[in-house]
Design a protein around this ligand. Structure first.
Ligand SMILES: Cc1cc2nc3c(=O)[nH]c(=O)nc-3n(C[C@H](O)[C@H](O)[C@H](O)COP(=O)(O)OP(=O)(O)OC[C@H]3O[C@@H](n4cnc5c(N)ncnc54)[C@H](O)[C@@H]3O)c2cc1C
Length: 375
């Protein structure tokens, strides 16, 4: 039974002037939930933001926040200056090294991007949602359909933003933070994020690509903090039947770049294993009158593993759909239109690219495109 207690409001919609304010429960206060909550609360809706954790809370991630994710954040009044002021740790980057089966592709971007540990980044977005008027409840909602039927008189809309716990896991990731003396971090890697798609991490049989990432996430006078992680397709991981922590430890030692960094590492934090919900051909953005955003809707890019941008953007578009609609059926129609226009085509293209990456003739062209599309 749910422990939540909400003040009962007798009317279904509270009308102020001509504007109908809805009562909305957003379950999950990560980037997608906080973005949804922020944009709804800013428009005068009553938003209850429910999360099983209290903030700040950690989330296993590469911590890479692309320029387009920062652009999506500007709609919440968050820009680079704001992030740099509030984040106690960050690292700016404007180029990437993507290596595919030992062939390296170096890409420079005209815009800057940023890495911020999610413990810090998610809290910045969450605080914005609270400042905009969202009410926080700390509670775990394991069965959201049950939640909906229990609280159908309390809320006009229910939004599922519980991330992978609501989405469908198809990749498994592990990350660890390392610190090393800045002078021992070669200049070649400065302002870079690195992604290594290695033969050993994929499976030709299953058509899957695994990858190692090395993302700098913090810097002081002496030390650089890097986020080092591995992503493996779930099918491949299950086929291997290996212990991911042991596999990661052994893999980074023999990796030609990670292994060299490891020689100079001063500290290593506890590893965190976490599933990813990369996109599927037929993503569902609502089900049983419950709307989904971010990872709950499987909006993560299957090639790069980037999900933060789509999490923030889907929150914005769902809020727009609610703001412009009279009832739940019109919200569905409008949200679906936004989804088709801003997400579906790009995500489906990525699914095709993921499959085509295994064809050597197309690989160079695709890696160039992937670098460009991640801007
Ligand atoms: C290993 C790894 C590396 C990644 N690297 C990157 C990267 O570098 N760049 C990038 O853009 N993306 C990356 N991603 C993807 C990115 O982390 C997600 O796309 C993003 O976090 C999705 O945001 P979200 O708000 O939908 O979900 P989340 O960030 O997962 O937030 C979900 C929230 O729901 C809450 N919740 C969960 N279950 C319940 C429940 N039962 N009741 C109440 N609350 C609940 C959680 O506590 C959490 O606060 C990575 C993912 C993984 C796993």
């Amino acid at each position: 039974m749910f422990k939540l207690k909400f003040k009962s409001r007798s009317v279904h919609k509270i009308v102020k002037g001509n504007f109908k304010m809805a009562k909305i429960a957003v379950v999950g206060a990560g980037p997608s939930g906080s973005s949804t909550g922020y944009h709804l609360a800013k428009n005068g809706h009553h938003v209850t933001l429910i999360d099983k954790e209290s903030f700040p809370r950690d989330k296993a991630c590469g911590d890479g926040i692309t320029a387009k994710a920062v652009r999506a954040l500007t709609k919440m009044g968050i820009d680079y200056e704001y992030l740099k002021k509030l984040a106690s740790e960050y690292y700016l980057w404007n180029s990437s090294i993507i290596s595919y089966y030992s062939q390296e592709y170096h890409q420079e971007y005209s815009d800057w991007s940023i890495c911020i540990p999610r413990y810090i980044f998610d809290n910045i977005i969450y605080e914005k949602a609270i400042d905009a008027g969202c009410i926080h409840h700390q509670q775990s909602v394991t069965n959201i359909s049950q939640f909906r039927s229990n609280f159908k008189h309390e809320f006009d809309y229910i939004v599922d933003a519980r991330g992978i716990f609501a989405g469908e896991c198809n990749v498994i990731g592990i990350r660890e933070y390392w610190t090393l003396p800045i002078e021992l971090f070669p200049h070649y890697y400065h302002y870079n994020i690195q992604v290594y798609l290695e033969q050993e991490l994929g499976s030709q049989e299953l058509g899957s690509n695994g990858y190692l990432w090395i993302f700098p996430v913090g810097l002081n006078d002496k030390l650089l903090k890097i986020n080092v992680g591995l992503g493996l397709s779930l099918k491949d991981y299950e086929r291997r039947g290996t212990n991911l922590i042991r596999f990661f430890d052994e893999f980074v030692v023999r990796h030609h770049v990670a292994g060299k960094f490891l020689d100079n590492v001063v500290t290593r934090t506890r590893k965190k294993v976490y599933p990813l919900a990369t996109t599927k051909w037929n993503n569902k953005i609502y089900e049983n009158n419950i709307f989904k955003v971010g990872d709950a809707a499987n909006l993560t890019d299957p090639v790069t593993g980037e999900g933060i941008h789509n999490a923030i953007a889907s929150g914005f578009y769902l809020a727009q759909a609610i703001n412009m609609s009279e009832d739940i059926e019109s919200v569905k129609i409008n949200y679906q239109k936004f989804y088709q226009k801003y997400f579906q085509k790009k995500l489906r293209t990525r699914l095709l690219q993921e499959k085509m990456l295994s064809l050597p003739v197309l690989r160079n062209f695709l890696l160039y495109k992937i670098g460009k599309l991640s801007k």
